[in-house]
Design a protein around this ligand. Structure first.
Ligand code: AMP
Ligand code: ZN
Length: 489
């Protein structure tokens, strides 16, 4: 195991501190997953990739990791930031939408988007969590938790549901930094249930026999509140106190604040020793969000020609704690850098012949620098820069002897485990596998220029344009009317 300390900002103590584990060398980690009522967008994936990078760094340090990442497949409400949980069920709303027409019921809809999420996850080269529990698989534990919280005096029943009494948990607000008073102001002024003791008391169970997803409980038909699923699933798989919990910055309040209150009320022990939150991915300075309609999906970008590894590369180009703008330029730069790594892989794999290892020491130092950067609160820009420096050293020579090639391969394997931005260390089976995203607008511009050249009977120039594109792997399709399309060679 490495001697390095893994330092990570902790949202609870509001400082960068060493990530410690209760069991030496074994990280027990819970990261919040998506609600599967539509495709996850790349903003969601920015948060998931932070979790993936934490796991990759821990594994690179030689730690054992148990990683649990949930799937929220219970329809929570469109206004679930309100303590009362008002609004429409997101799943029901999605079922009634245009895209929802293809599904027969909300269960099918949830399954479809869960599969899509898992596919996108693989495409972006995230490691597979040890457990992906689903909220619907743990309704029993959620009901039991509600009963236990009532028995312990932390929760109470009203006409509309079971509510957690925030007054009973004086530390409520410790994560988001809100005082009780502010929290009351933070929740919207809608108290539909007159029986609620305090407007900031939040729902653990909603009674509703009309809801499309409903279960029977000691309180009749209904469905669980959003926060309770993560409290019970973290406990079921990782124990009463976990080492680390993560999510996007909007999860801090109310989701994680409420998880802490429920879990600590249930066990009397700290829920998580460390909390990590990823800042929002933005588009033109705005949070990328499904509700704002300004979002990109992995499959959408791939359909436009982006390489999924380049998308991942672009997403980790900024440090996770700062908002990050996703741009076409960023994606193109990432594709170019990805190609640099792929060239290094080709050189490393083609290495042959006798000779001394001329790069091992330098590459070893660069990898240690990259790992050190990741141990410094996931400094991805520095880690990437060090890894690219190594790739440049490898490709600079053109050909390597076997000993140097082995060091180069080992360096690239370690970088791949740490950052996941290289892909498999094998010669690509499909020739296009790792080509960078093409700039379609530029190709169309070239096609237009060639048309103009032909119209001017400037055949030499027309051929030169065609050949230049061919050299980049772009083939033009011509017919009697001229160029009608293009494809990759
Ligand atoms: P949801 O499906 O809405 O529960 O979101 C899944 C995860 O993505 C949560 O951890 C959110 O905090 C996170 N998230 C949502 N939007 C963004 C964004 N624009 N940038 C980064 N993380 C996000
Ligand atoms: Zn959660």
């Amino acid at each position: 195991m490495s001697e390095k300390h893994f330092r990570l900002y902790d949202s609870l103590s509001r400082q960068v501190k060493p990530l410690t584990t209760l069991e030496p060398g074994h990280l027990r980690f819970y990261s919040c997953g998506p609600t599967v009522y539509s495709y996850a967008h790349i903003g969601n994936f920015r948060s998931f990739i932070t979790a993936d990078l934490i796991v990759r760094t821990a594994l690179s340090l030689g730690w054992k990791v148990t990683w649990v990442s949930n799937i929220t497949d219970v329809g929570h409400l469109t206004e679930d930031d309100v303590a009362d949980a008002q609004g429409e069920d997101k799943m029901e709303k999605a079922l009634r939408s245009k895209e929802g027409e293809q599904f027969h019921n909300v269960w099918e809809l949830a399954e479809f988007y869960e599969d899509a999420y898992r596919d996108d996850w693989k495409q972006l080269n995230l490691l597979e969590p040890d457990v992906r529990p689903k909220a619907t698989q743990h309704v029993r534990e959620q009901i039991l938790a509600a009963e236990e919280l009532i028995a312990k005096g932390f929760a109470y029943e009203t006409e509309s549901g079971i509510y957690f009494s925030v007054d009973k948990f004086p530390e409520y607000g410790k994560l988001s930094g809100n005082t009780q008073e502010n929290l009351r102001k933070a929740v919207r002024d809608v108290v539909l249930d007159e029986e609620k003791k305090d407007q900031s008391d939040f729902a653990i169970w909603k009674k509703d026999d009309k809801h499309l997803m409903q279960w029977f409980s000691p309180y009749g038909w209904g469905f669980p509140g959003w926060h309770i699923e993560c409290s019970v699933m973290a406990r079921a798989y990782l124990g009463d106190t976990i080492d680390l919990h993560s999510g996007g910055e909007d999860n801090k309040f109310p989701h994680h604040e409420c998880e802490i209150a429920q879990s600590e009320a249930l066990t009397g022990k700290p829920f998580s020793n460390h909390w990590t939150h990823t800042a929002f991915l933005q588009v033109n300075g705005q949070k990328m969000a499904k509700s704002a309609g300004n979002f990109y999906t992995v499959r959408g970008l791939v359909a436009d020609g982006a390489n999924p590894l380049a998308i991942r590369f672009a997403l980790i180009g900024g440090v996770y704690r700062k908002p990050f703008n996703f741009t076409d330029q960023g994606l193109n730069d990432a594709a170019t850098n990805l190609e640099r790594f792929r060239r290094a892989v080709d050189v490393a794999l083609a290495a042959d012949g006798a000779g001394e290892d001329s790069l091992g020491e330098e590459l070893g130092g660069l990898f240690e620098d990259a790992l050190e950067a990741m141990c410094s609160d996931l400094n991805t820009p520095v880690a990437i820069a060090k890894a690219l420096e190594g790739a440049r050293l490898i490709t600079r020579e053109g050909t390597l002897n076997a000993a140097t090639g082995a060091s180069a391969k080992s360096f690239l394997e370690k970088v791949e485990l740490l950052l996941g931005i290289i892909g498999p260390l094998e010669v690509a089976e499909e020739p296009n596998h790792c080509l960078p995203a093409v700039d379609e607008a530029r190709i169309l511009g070239q096609i237009e220029a060639r048309k103009a050249a032909k119209a001017a009977k400037n055949w030499g120039e027309a051929d030169a344009i065609r050949n230049a594109l061919l050299a980049e792997g772009i083939v033009l399709t011509d017919n009697a009317d001229g160029t009608v399309g293009w494809s990759r060679a």
